[in-house]
Design a protein around this ligand. Structure first.
Ligand code: SF4
Ligand code: SF4
Length: 251
């Protein structure tokens, strides 16, 4: 995001709209008046300031972003669609659309590690810290997820070197893992948490068993996490529901 110093009248009305405190008033070198200054390192390119429409002089503008900086906007601005996944925003449809894709089967869990929040943001160094730790456990990173897309090596969890220097309001690491390996995933995540300079939300999903139980529940509770059970399904998207082999109507 940029501010045209000639148009800006230094009113400061846009400052509270920035979720990462990247905006402040000051004097640019050689510029007499107080003007709005954006800390480009902190700016997550979320577009909130511009979309607010608060500026009385139309002084803000979004310059064309190139990679790797473009990744900030892809992961932080919900109006930008990431061409490689076709999904606006940070994540994919994979886990919550499981009733259609059938990616997470009985005996497996889908894991989402949602790093950063508005007001905190996440560096991609922290994202890489987690992807590397999870890759060592042999998890299957989700296709079509922006974090997976920016991996240089899915076996090591290494991200592309220029992407590691970037940050975004948040980023979701998504993978599936067998129920046998899930305790190890939760243990390792707890181990590396003190090294992370951001917050994260852990999402663990699975298919509800025919007897109505959720096999991941006791595993998560045993690992010491507080569980907030939730259900989110993307059905009715013009695609048929996935059916397990042996289900009625399936050969
Ligand atoms: S684009 Fe977002 S992060 Fe950057 S200055 Fe505007 S509100 Fe702040
Ligand atoms: S709202 Fe517009 S004029 Fe006021 S400080 Fe922000 S950019 Fe400058």
């Amino acid at each position: 995001m940029q501010v045209d110093a000639e148009k800006c009248v230094g009113c400061g009305q846009c400052i509270p709209f920035c979720p990462v405190d990247a905006r402040s008033l000051g004097r640019l070198p050689g510029h007499g008046r107080v003007t709005l200054i954006i800390d480009s390192d902190r700016c997550a390119e979320c577009g909130v300031c511009l979309r607010s429409g608060i500026c009385p002089t139309d002084a803000m503008y979004q310059e064309a972003l190139e990679m790797p900086r473009l990744i900030r906007a892809i992961l932080s601005d919900p109006l930008i669609e990431f061409k490689a996944t076709g999904v606006p925003g940070r994540g994919t449809e994979e886990i919550k659309t499981n009733e259609i894709t059938g990616r997470i089967r009985f005996g497996y869990a889908g894991v989402g590690i949602e790093m950063g929040r508005p007001g905190v943001s996440t560096s991609w160094e922290d994202v890489q810290e987690v992807t590397r730790a999870m890759a060592k456990l042999g998890v299957g990173f989700c296709e079509g997820n922006p974090v997976t897309h920016f991996m240089a090596d899915r076996n090591t969890g290494d991200l592309e070197p220029d992407v590691v220097k970037e940050k975004s309001l948040s980023a979701i690491i998504e993978f599936d893992v067998s129920l046998e390996k899930l305790p190890e995933v939760l243990r390792v995540l707890q181990e590396i948490t003190p090294q992370l300079e951001t917050v994260y939300t852990l999402e663990v999903s699975c298919k509800v068993h025919p007897d109505g139980t959720l096999p991941v529940l006791p595993i998560i509770e045993q690992a010491g996490y507080t569980v907030l059970p939730n259900s989110k399904n993307n059905l009715g998207m013009g695609r048929p529901r996935f059916r397990e082999p042996g289900e009625e109507g399936v050969a």
